[in-house]
Design a protein around this ligand. Structure first.
Ligand code: HEC
Length: 383
């Protein structure tokens, strides 16, 4: 890959990391009140104690208002939790008339009460940090994704690779090489996807000829969330090229050559939530090690509903949402048929094959394989 992309990938990774650090720690260093306390009051109290309303003569929406207290005087006594009316009210029985917030309103949880107490105990400062007070962990802000280069999208379509936005208005892309799987190799993937590295989010390479170079390339795609490698020659050594790819959530390895030796690779993928391993040579011990990870769903075809799962519970390689820029009519990548040649059902343009220069679409992911068993017979049913 080019140096430019290395730099981009590294700076994206750095941006994500610093974003996390900033969210959890840095603002607290600036003002625990702003980052931790004010949001709790805003969420649970300010509706009745704010600029619009001042129940009990109390407003809690600014430092000045909190200092001013309510009709009974100060509600926060800096450094003295026990003397603070605000805290006393939080601890009253729910059916006590003085309990805050009133019992028919959303209540604070124990952690929020402890947070308010810790802040008051520390002197209720409106500036600066408070030991031990950190903002609730937020997911790092999604990296702003630039729109894909139109020339790169055209290049894909000219090669009959299916590409569309993963959802309306998103720049993230679902890219499916199914129509040209037999001639899809490492060089082609790298050539077509290098300009789309930041946008490639769901990538289907089933039945293609890709190997280690593509896996290593995928390991460096910062936004890659789903990867389908079923029926490829990918084995343990190739798969290891993914490294600790940070975004990958779903991986389809059905009928690949991977073995027990890939367990470590799979466990090292930090975001992986689902792995599909039907038809792979894995020992019960290896499966048990994978299944010991509570956040990982392992689909091995050893449960009674797996046959159905393979047909229906496909990794949801994205919606039927219309592409914001669908290929114009007459586009060579548009399927020639409206009905599946295998079943006669309406087609789903996700599932395609190229046969004698025409793109043929199917109703489901199983029909292209069926088509391959006797293309001539099924081609006869095409318009
Ligand atoms: C649905 C409206 C409502 C919400 C939400 C609410 N309060 Fe109140 N609060 C009242 C009313 C009404 C009073 C006056 C009656 C009373 O004193 O119990 C009051 C009085 C108070 C007083 C006594 C003020 C004084 O000096 O008399 C305190 C302290 C207080 N609330 C704290 C809170 C805190 C802290 C929250 C958020 C965790 C909160 N309240 C949320 C309605 C609300």
């Amino acid at each position: 890959m080019s140096a430019r992309w290395t730099v981009l990938a590294l700076s994206l990774a750095a941006a994500c990391q610093s974003g996390e650090v900033r969210d959890s720690l840095a603002p607290t260093r600036e003002s625990a009140y702003e980052v931790v306390i004010a949001p709790i009051l805003r969420e649970r109290c300010v509706g009745c104690h704010g600029s619009e309303r001042a129940k009990g003569g109390l407003r809690l929406h600014t430092p000045e208002a909190i200092r001013a207290g309510g009709s009974m005087g100060a509600v926060v006594v800096p450094g003295n939790v026990g003397a603070s009316e605000l805290v006393r009210r939080l601890h009253l029985a729910l059916d006590d008339d003085e309990h805050m917030p009133p019992d028919d309103k959303p209540q604070l949880d124990a952690a929020q009460i402890a947070t308010l107490e810790r802040w008051i105990a520390a002197g209720a400062p409106y500036e600066g940090p408070v030991d031990g007070l950190v903002a609730p962990q937020k997911a790092p802000a999604p990296t702003k994704m630039a729109a894909a280069d139109p020339a790169a999208l055209s290049a894909l379509r000219n090669e009959l690779v299916h590409v569309q936005a993963v959802s309306q208005g998103s720049h993230a892309l679902w890219i499916d090489f199914a129509a040209i799987a037999p001639r899809t190799d490492d060089a082609l993937v790298e050539r077509l996807l290098t300009p789309l590295k930041s946008q490639t989010s769901e990538l289907a390479l089933a039945r293609s000829k890709v190997g280690g170079a593509t896996l290593a390339f995928c390991g460096r795609l910062p936004a890659l969330r789903k990867l389908d490698l079923r029926d490829t020659k990918v084995g343990d050594a190739e798969l290891a090229g993914l490294g600790a790819q940070p975004a990958l959530e779903e991986l389809v390895l059905a009928r690949t050559a991977i073995t027990d030796a890939s367990v470590e690779t799979l466990l090292a993928l930090p975001a992986l939530r689902s792995v599909h391993l039907w038809g792979c040579q894995l020992s019960p011990d290896a499966l048990a090690r994978l299944r010991a990870k509570p956040t990982l769903r392992v689909d091995f075809g050893d449960t009674p509903d797996t046959v159905i799962a393979e047909v229906e519970d496909k990794p949801k390689f994205t919606s039927e949402l219309p592409s914001p820029d669908l290929p114009p009519a007459g586009d060579p990548s548009a399927p020639v048929n409206a009905k599946c040649p295998v079943t006669g059902s309406p087609i789903n343009p996700k599932y395609t094959r190229t046969f004698e220069g025409k793109v043929i679409a199917f109703c489901c992911p199983n029909c292209p394989g069926e088509f391959d068993t006797d293309p001539a017979k099924y081609a006869a049913k095409l318009p």
